[in-house]
Design a protein around this ligand. Structure first.
Ligand SMILES: Nc1ncnc2c1ncn2[C@@H]1O[C@H](COP(=O)(O)OP(=O)(O)OP(=O)(O)O)[C@@H](O)[C@H]1O
Length: 566
C-alpha cells in the first residue's frame, strides 16, 4: 500500500468525489458483511434443524445481495464519474502549468516525455485516486470493525485474525521501496520510448530523406526492449508481493477457523461467524491489491508530474498592467542574455529603439541572436541585465496575458490545429463573430482561397486532403494577427513564404503598428524603415537599405554573400 504524500496534496481538488467513492465502498462492504452474517446465521440454524429461521435468513441474504448489486452499480458509476473529473482537473492543472512555463520549458524537456505525463500519467492517476485511495479507507475501516466485533464472539480467533490482517498489511510493504524504484525506472523507459516515437513520427520526412528509417527503427527496438526488461523486473517484485499477500490471506483464514473449531465446545454459530467474518475481513485487502495494480502506473508517473508542477517558470507573472499602449515605442536598453545552462551570451548589450509605428528589420547570420531578441520581447525569458520597455514601462510591469495580447506574432511556420479554418482563426480571438473572421481573412487576402475550400470557413483542416500551402498558412497567420489587433507586431521569419498576396496582407498588417521584423532573406527587408545588423549577439550596424549598402559594412557583405548564393 503506497499513499504518496505529493499525490495526496494533489488530491485536494478532488477530495469530495473521492470521499463519495470511499463512502460507497464502505456501504458495499457493509452489504458483504451483512450477507456473510446472515449466511452464517442460516447455516447455524440449518445445523440445529431450524428450517423456518434458515429460510427467513436466506431470504434476507438474497435481499441484501440485490441491494448490494444496486450499490455496486452506483459505486461504479460514481467511480467512473470521479475518474473523469480527476483526469480533467489534473490535465487542466498541467496544461495551465505548461502555459505558465511557456516555450522555454519545452526547449529543456523532451516533448514526448511531457506528453506521456499529461496523457498516460494522468490516466494512471485516475485509478489511483478514484479506486485505490478510497479502497485504502475501506481496508482500514472494515477489518478493524470486524475484528473488534469478532472479539465478542471468539476472542482467540479474533486475535489470530488481527495478527493475520496486520501481517497482510505490513509484510508486503517490505517490497514497496524496491517496487517504487523499479516502477520509476520502468516509467522513465516508457517516457523515453514515447519521446522517441513522437520524434520519429514528427521527423518522418527527414528520416526518409536521409534513408535513416532503418537505423531509427533499430534504436526504437532497443528502447522497446529496455521497456520490456524494466517491466519484467518490476513484475517479478510485484508477483512476489502479490504471492506473499495471497499466502498470508489464506493462512490467516485457515488459522482463524482452526482456532475457532478447536475451542472447547465450539457452537455452530461462532464457527460459521468466524469463517464468514474472516473472508470478509480479507476481501478489502484483496481488492486493494487489485486496485493497486490499476493505479500503479499513475504512482510511477508522479516523478514526471512533479517535474512539471515544480518546474520554475522562466519569468514570473507579477505585473499589473493589462492594457497595452497604442503604437508604442519599444526600447532595448543594453540588454544582455545568456540561456540557462549555456556558457556564452546569446545577446550582449543590445541597445535598440523601435519608434512608434516604425518597422525595424533585424538581420544577421545564423546564431547571431535574432530569435533570442524576439523571445526576450515576448518575455519568454527576462534579460540577465539591461531593460526592455514599452512606452517607458518595463515588460515585467505588464501581466503576461496583457503582454501577449499586445504583441501579435506571425512566425515562419504557422501551426494549424486539427479543426476548422474558423476554429484556427478564433484561436486569436475566441469571441470573434463570423463577420469578424471574414473581414480579417479579406484583409489578409485569405478569403478567396478559404471560400474555394469544400466547406469554406467550416472546412476541417487535414481531412479529405485539405491541407494548405506554405503561403496560404502564412495568410491564415496574418488573419489571426489582424484579429488580435495588437499594437506591436513581431514578424519572425514571416516573410520567407510570402507571395504577392502575402506581401499585400503584410503591408496592411504593419500599417499603424510598431513592428519588429526578423529576417534571413535580405531581399525582404529592403522596405523596412530601419535595418539593424546583429552579429554574435551584438549590434554592428543600423540604417536604412540605401545607407547601409553605401556604407559597405556588414549589411553590404551579407547582401553580396546572399546574392552570390542565389
Ligand atoms: N534554448 C537555448 N539554449 C541554449 N542556447 C541557445 C538556445 N537557443 C539559442 N541558443 C544559442 O543562442 C545563440 C543565439 O541563437 P538565436 O536562435 O537567437 O540565433 P538566430 O540569429 O535566431 O539564429 P537563426 O537565424 O539560425 O535562427 C546561438 O549561439 C544559439 O546556439
Amino acid at each position: 500500500m503506497i499513499v504518496h504524500r505529493r499525490l495526496l496534496q494533489l488530491s485536494g481538488a478532488v477530495r469530495a468525489p473521492m470521499a463519495a467513492c470511499a463512502g460507497l465502498g464502505l456501504a458495499v462492504s457493509a452489504a458483504h458483511v451483512g450477507q456473510a452474517l446472515l449466511l452464517a446465521g442460516a447455516l447455524a440454524a440449518l445445523a440445529r434443524g431450524d428450517h423456518d429461521t434458515t429460510v427467513t435468513l436466506l431470504a434476507w441474504a438474497f435481499a441484501v445481495i440485490a441491494g448490494r448489486a444496486a450499490l455496486l452499480w452506483v459505486r461504479e458509476t460514481a467511480t467512473v464519474r470521479a475518474g473523469a473529473l480527476i483526469r480533467a482537473r489534473l490535465r487542466d492543472r498541467l496544461i495551465e502549468r505548461l502555459g505558465l512555463l511557456g516555450p522555454a520549458h519545452l526547449t529543456e524537456a523532451r516533448t514526448g516525455s511531457v506528453q506521456t505525463t499529461v496523457v498516460d500519467g494522468v490516466e494512471g492517476l485516475d485509478a489511483y485516486f478514484s479506486r485505490y485511495l478510497p479502497q485504502v479507507v475501506v481496508t482500514f475501516c472494515v477489518p478493524v470493525a470486524l475484528v473488534g466485533w469478532l472479539f465478542t464472539v471468539n476472542a482467540a480467533a479474533a486475535t489470530v485474525l488481527a495478527a493475520a490482517v496486520i501481517g497482510v498489511l505490513v509484510i508486503p510493504r517490505l517490497w514497496d521501496v524496491t517496487l517504487l524504484r523499479r516502477g520509476r525506472t520502468r516509467w522513465t523507459a516508457f517516457a523515453d520510448l514515447a519521446s522517441d516515437y513522437l520524434e520519429a513520427v514528427q521527423g518522418v520526412a527527414t528520416l526518409r530523406a536521409f534513408g535513416a528509417s532503418g537505423r531509427l527503427g533499430a534504436g526504437l527496438a532497443a528502447r522497446a526492449h529496455d521497456l520490456y526488461t524494466t517491466t519484467m523486473r518490476q513484475l517479478r517484485v510485484s508477483l512476489i508481493e502479490t504471492g506473499v499477500s495471497a499466502f498470508l490471506v489464506q493462512a490467516g483464514t485457515v488459522a482463524a477457523v482452526l482456532v475457532a473449531v478447536s475451542a472447547t465446545s465450539p457452537d455452530a454459530w461462532s464457527v460459521f461467524a468466524v469463517l464468514m467474518t474472516t473472508t470478509e475481513c480479507f476481501r478489502p485487502v484483496r481488492q486493494l491489491s487489485e486496485y493497486w495494480h490499476a493505479g500503479y502506473l499513475g504512482i510511477t508517473a508522479v516523478g514526471g508530474l512533479e517535474d512539471l508542477l515544480s518546474a520554475e517558470p522562466a519569468v514570473t507573472d507579477t505585473g499589473t498592467r493589462t492594457t497595452f499602449p497604442d503604437r508604442p515605442e519599444i526600447v532595448f536598453d543594453r540588454v544582455t542574455f545568456t540561456y540557462p545552462g549555456a556558457s556564452a551570451e546569446a545577446v550582449h548589450e543590445v541597445t535598440l529603439t523601435i519608434r512608434a509605428g516604425e518597422t525595424v528589420a533585424l538581420i544577421g547570420p545564423s546564431g547571431a541572436g535574432k530569435s533570442t531578441v524576439a523571445a526576450l520581447l515576448q518575455r519568454h525569458y527576462d534579460p540577465g541585465s539591461g531593460n526592455i520597455t514599452i512606452d517607458g514601462s518595463l515588460l515585467a510591469d505588464f501581466t503576461l496575458s496583457g503582454l501577449r495580447a499586445g504583441i501579435a506574432v506571425v512566425a515562419q511556420d504557422t501551426y494549424l490545429f486539427h479543426g476548422t479554418i474558423a476554429d484556427n482563426l478564433r484561436l486569436a480571438r475566441p469571441d470573434a463573430s463570423d463577420a469578424d473572421l471574414e473581414r480579417a481573412a479579406r484583409d489578409a487576402d485569405a478569403h478567396g482561397f478559404i471560400s474555394g475550400l469544400p466547406d469554406g470557413y467550416a472546412t476541417v483542416l487535414g481531412e479529405r486532403g485539405t491541407t494548405l500551402s506554405g503561403g496560404q498558412r502564412q495568410r491564415v497567420a496574418i488573419a489571426r494577427a489582424l484579429l488580435v489587433d495588437a499594437p506591436v507586431l513581431l514578424l519572425d521569419e514571416a516573410t520567407s513564404h510570402v507571395d504577392v498576396h502575402g506581401e499585400r496582407a503584410l503591408a496592411r498588417l504593419k500599417k499603424g503598428r510598431t513592428c519588429l521584423l526578423i529576417a534571413h532573406r535580405l531581399s525582404t527587408v529592403r522596405d523596412a524603415d530601419r535595418i539593424v545588423v546583429l552579429e554574435q549577439g551584438r549590434i554592428t550596424e543600423t540604417g536604412d537599405h540605401d545607407a547601409l549598402t553605401t556604407a559597405g559594412g556588414s549589411y553590404h557583405r551579407l547582401l553580396a554573400l546572399q546574392e552570390t548564393r542565389a
